[in-house]
Structure formats: structure tokens, C-alpha cells
Design a protein around this ligand. Sequence first.
Ligand code: BGC
Length: 382
Amino acid sequence: MVSKKLGVVALGSALAFSLTACGGEGAGGSTQDTANADPSELTIGVAMPTQTSERWIADGASVEEGLEAAGYEVNLQYANDDIPTQQQQIDQMITQGADALVVAAIDGTALSGQLQAAADAGIPVISYDRLIRDSENVDFYVTFDNEEVGRQQATALLAGLGVLNRDGTPGQATGPFNVELFAGSLDDNNAHFFWGGAMEVLQPFIDNGTVVVKSGQTSIEQAATLRWQQETAQRRMEDLLTSTYSDGSRVDGVLSPYDGLSRGIITALQNAGYGSGSNPIPVVTGQDAEIASVKLIADGVQSSTIFKDTRNLAEQAITSTQAFLEGGEPEANDTETYDNGVKVVPAYLLPIETVYQDTIQQQLIDTGYYTAEEVASGQSAG
Ligand code: BGC
């Protein structure tokens, strides 16, 4: 993945330059005297949730490379989606003297103790992509426009069915279409934003009968997928097919909030005969533009995904960390949306895009995110 790495290296040199330009200035913010330190004396703890998803591997690598290129020491840890492991890793980062923390939480409500310890030690905490809840000690939040992710997923679902055009204007199809709904992990704040955005678009079509959730499972609790597990989604889709579609009716579309879930859902559908002969595969959405799913989209199996350019998220995380370490404050572009239960956390939201079969080239290949070979093989070159 040379192109991705180059992006981060270029960013690193830009940061190195700006560090030289502003080194030694700034005060306040952190209670530690990091403003006058050389970056090489400072360590940033980076806590990531899991390596089972390509997206988090890329996030961790980009943040690590960018921070290292700016001269910092980095302590990057993955927690195998296990909450106590992540708590321990962060505890250790603090006792080992981390100067700043960048955290993508597994369970957004489970880190209050760690964040209190960080605050007591004067360590700034940046919540990475997933908001850490129930703590006043979250200093900044870098993420994407999560509600917009949900709106675009629902729009892509309805566009695949022909009910809407891709731009959200009315399409030709009137339905009724059988649709099933999947949500992410309830302990991930983002799952609620994705669901909220999606239902904002879908609800009017459920209300007027264009979209029928035949299983009747329309609450986020019923649709949720603990820890975003592919196998869990596959099992639920299998159960839905048995419980609701053994009467000869068919599924026309599935709202799926993440590519890993989409692959589980697609496997269940294919095992039940969808996608062969005169039984088309339903319209299935996704998120993260994972390479295996981009190939499925190229092959006409998955309908769409949401592209979140994690290179830009890593860049924001690095810029924000640096601002705190220099004794300043990062620049927010949203100071209203992300109430974590204790306070509204200042946030920087990045834009997202929907990718369809005919836009892969322009959005993912021409931008250097993947090579044409990676898309064709469904595997990342590394
Ligand atoms: C992220 C998504 C990702 C999901 C599962 C969410 O918090 O925002 O991009 O698909 O976690 O890893």
C-alpha cells in the first residue's frame, strides 16, 4: 500500500516542519510541560480496538507512522475487542508515562477510570472515531460525520431498490419491498448515530408501505450486532430467512452498517440460494470500503459501501495531539453534536462518500486508496 504510506509520510514532514516553526511556543492546556520538550522525548499511547477488521489496522498504522514521522515515540496497542484488555493497556500507557492518548474505544462507556487517571496525570485524551462516554476527561474527538453515514446508507439502499435516485430525489420504483435492518454494537456510540441517520431516511418509506420490514424487527436493540461480529450478523440473517421468508417471499434489501456484517449477511443469503439463477442478490449496503467488500461491489454482489478516508482521520488525530502537546487547543468544526453524557465534546468531523460499482475507479483507485490489482483480487497488498 505504497500510496497510503506516502500520504502519511508527506503529512509527517509537514508536521515536522510546523513543529520546528512553533516549537517551544504555547502554554497552558496540559499540566505537563510538553510544550518545551523535543518530540523525541514524548510518547503517545495509541489504543485501537481490534485487528480483525482491516479498517482498524489501517487506522493504527497511519496514526503510528504519522506520529513517528513527526518525531514522537509511539506505543500502539490492539485489544482483540476485549474490554479488560483495553483498560489494562491504557492503564499501562499512563503508568509508563504517556504524554498524550489517542483512543478508539471498544466499549465507549468502560473507560471512565482510565480517563480519570489520565486527567490526574495531566495527559490529554483524544477520542478516535468512537466517542468515549460518561467522562468529562475527553479533551477532543476526531471522527467522521456519523449521522450522515447512516443517511447515505439508507439512501444507497433505497437507490439500489429504485425508490430514490442516488442524490435522494424520488426514483421510479414504488415497492412494496421487503427489507431487513442491521445495526452495530450498542456499546459503540457510533452505532446509534448510524441507525439514527438511516432511520431518518427510511422511516417515511416504512410508514407509507414502500418498505416493509417483514420480520417486524425495527428497533435498534433487535437489529444490533454485539462487537460488530460478522458471524453474529450471518447467524441473524439465517434466522430471519428461516423465521420470516420460508413462505416463498423474498428479501429485497438489507441495511447493513459495516462491510464485515455485510459479508456475513451476503454469505447467509447466498447459502439460501440468493444470487444465483433467477434469484437476484438483495441490495446490501456497507461501510469502510474494506477491500474484500470493494471486490464484492465490483463483482455486483454487494451494492454499496461508505468510504471513510482514514488517512485523513489519522491526520486529524495527529494534528490534535500535537496542538495539545504544544500547549494549545485543536480546532473543532463541531461543538454541538457529541454530548457524551457529561459534556459536549469538541469534535472535528470529516466528510464521507458512498461508493457504488461504477464509482470505485474514481473514488478508490484514482485517489490512491487501493490499486486496481487490489480491487481485482479482493486483497490488500499490505
Ligand atoms: C466505525 C465504523 C466501523 C465500525 C466497526 C465504528 O465505530 O465508525 O467505521 O465500521 O466501528 O468496526
